[in-house]
Design a protein around this ligand. Structure first.
Ligand code: G3P
Ligand code: CA
Length: 299
């Protein structure tokens, strides 16, 4: 009798475990600029680190060079926080916008170092001499790393850095920028592994017109605009709504669910904030510390 009870309990447990495994909703851990907490942002070593730490998605930023190449960089200039010029001089805050990537060839851009001085905001970041990579180099190197190490495929959450006030000064017009990104993704046959995100609705609107539909995410950090207002501004319902994490609440989640959008907040770094985010029904999290997110959310 006792053994029959034990067998029934074991079967119930097995059923529960396998049932929940089948129905568990995928949750994505996205390495912000790679693993910025540990290695220089938006660089190939940082992306590899993020994968090693358990990220399944690599968040990165894109700008465009004078010779029309997609460069992985948060600013369309060399930020004083992380950069030294080809002569080894630190870029100053006052002069950083003069080092305009949109007015430089990639051969010139490669000569700047964006890792040796570290990043004051990230004390655990290990400095290293490194340059800004091309998007295509990231695709090539990461896909090679994944296949060599027999790892599961990763996704790329690619942000188009575009400011409506800076067309033709710091970035091409949205139709040109969007086409460059679209062609780069299709050339590597990565259309099933990307999400394209932007704070600027215009490149997303351009991508929506393309023959192959890429998943799109709308970014917002505005505490004054409602999600409904943002969607009206955008003109369509994107696959993902990506708010600053301080904007996440039950009402916003309900709105996203009703609209059929995923919700993936940025950029959650502190353990207490990660824990708080865990209390919500999210689809993923963007973090500079994939290792911390894995500790909180599991892999
Ligand atoms: O993925 C969203 C997040 O990266 C947006 O903020 O300024 O770090 O690009 P930012
Ligand atoms: Ca970004």
């Amino acid at each position: 009798m006792r053994s029959r009870t034990i067998i029934s309990l074991a079967l119930m447990l097995l059923f529960t475990v396998s049932g929940s495994a089948q129905t568990a909703k995928p949750f994505s851990i996205e390495g912000h600029r790679g693993s910025r907490g540990h290695l220089p942002e938006n660089t190939i070593p940082s992306f590899i680190k993020a994968i090693e730490q358990g990220a399944d998605t690599l968040e990165l930023d894109l700008v465009v060079s004078k010779d029309g190449k997609l460069v992985v960089s948060h600013e369309p200039w060399f930020s004083s926080v992380i950069s030294t010029d080809p002569k080894g001089n630190r870029i100053t805050k006052e002069s950083e916008r003069e080092h305009n990537i949109f007015k430089m060839t990639y051969a010139e851009i490669r000569k700047y170092d964006v890792g040796s001085i570290g990043n004051e905001g990230f004390p655990d970041q290990k400095p290293m001499k490194v340059h800004k990579p091309l998007l295509d180099d990231v695709f090539k190197e990461i896909e090679r790393y994944i296949s060599k190490n027999k790892l599961p495929r990763v996704r790329y959450n690619i942000e188009i850095k575009s400011n409506p006030k800076e067309d033709n000064e710091f970035q091409p017009v949205p139709s040109v920028f969007a086409k460059l990104v679209y062609d780069a993704v299709l050339a590597r046959k990565l259309e099933k592994q990307v999400i394209i995100q932007s704070f600027d609705p215009r490149p997303l609107q351009e991508l929506r017109k393309m023959p192959v539909t890429l998943p799109l995410a709308f970014l917002t950090g505005s505490p004054t605009k409602t999600a409904a207002e943002n969607l009206e501004w955008l003109g369509f319902v994107p696959d993902t709504y990506s708010p600053h994490f301080s904007l996440v609440n039950e009402e916003l989640i309900k709105f996203c669910r009703e609209k059929g959008m995923k919700i993936v907040p940025w950029t959650v770094n502190e353990s207490a904030d990660l824990e708080r985010m865990k209390t919500f029904d999210l689809d993923g999290i963007i973090t500079d510390y994939p290792d911390r997110a894995v500790r909180v959310f599991g892999k």
